[in-house]
Design a protein around this ligand. Structure first.
Ligand SMILES: N[C@@H](CCC(=O)N[C@@H](CS)C(=O)NCC(=O)O)C(=O)O
Length: 221
């Protein structure tokens, strides 16, 4: 639940970009927890993430960044774990340790095996050094490899959501990755039956829908 304007000093502040899948993860987590926050748009296409004032917050120059009073956190994984520790209602991890591990594994496949390899910066680099036509096939190959692993991983655990009938961490990481794969990178839903079913299901959850890129105030339609 993003709010605009100055807000009060104690309010959570999220530095986000509408199309950033890592920011999308944090927006979902904030919404699931019922937390309101001020939305600070950082336009990655205009290079606003390289401005000195933003690099003060995150020297890596990536969104998202969450500011909670004196606490400044970059990296969606760290932010989401922090929110889960600080606001235990609607836990984002299941109590069962095996199921927890499956959630960490699914989130890690997305956050360290797929997304970094199809990140804007890397795709621009491939476009420059190898050729613009190589960007899409490269992104599709890393997504397909990761999605093939995810389908195998989830087959024994999935219920209504990724790891059962409750929404957990795996869902928060999957939804933005599925969105960018199916909507931006032209991956066909029929290639990945479990993931495409989950994608449909996520669209029915208000916390996920409100976090969609097109529903952010910096979205360009
Ligand atoms: N591990 C970080 C990755 C952050 C990241 O890659 N952010 C992307 C947007 S999803 C970004 O800011 N890219 C800007 C760039 O590549 O210059 C996280 O999960 O937050």
């Amino acid at each position: 639940m993003a709010s605009e304007g100055e807000g009060d000093k104690n309010k959570l502040k999220l530095y986000s970009y509408w199309r950033s899948s890592c920011s999308f993860r944090v927006r979902i987590a904030l919404n699931l927890k019922g937390l309101t926050y001020d939305y600070e748009a950082v336009n990655l296409l205009k290079g606003e993430n390289s401005r000195p004032e933003f690099l003060e917050l995150n020297p890596l120059g990536f969104v998202p960044v969450l500011v909670d009073g004196h606490v400044v956190l970059a990296d969606s994984f760290a932010i989401i774990m922090y929110l889960d520790d600080k606001y235990p209602r609607q836990p984002l991890l299941p109590p069962d340790i095996h199921k927890r591990a499956i959630n960490f594994l699914a989130a890690t496949i997305v956050s360290s095996m797929i997304q970094p390899l199809q990140n804007l910066g890397l795709l621009n680099y491939i476009g420059e050094k190898v050729g613009p036509d190589e960007k899409l096939p490269w992104a599709q190959s890393v997504i397909r490899r990761g999605f093939t692993a995810l389908e195998k991983l989830l087959i024994d655990h999935t219920g209504r959501y990724a790891t059962g009938d409750e929404v957990f961490l795996a869902d928060i990481f999957l939804a933005p990755q599925l969105y960018s794969a199916f909507k931006r990178f032209n991956i066909h839903t029929n290639e990945f039956p479990i993931l495409s079913r989950l994608f449909e299901t996520y669209n029915e959850i208000p916390a996920f829908r409100e976090a969609l890129p097109e529903n952010q105030r910096d979205a360009v339609h």
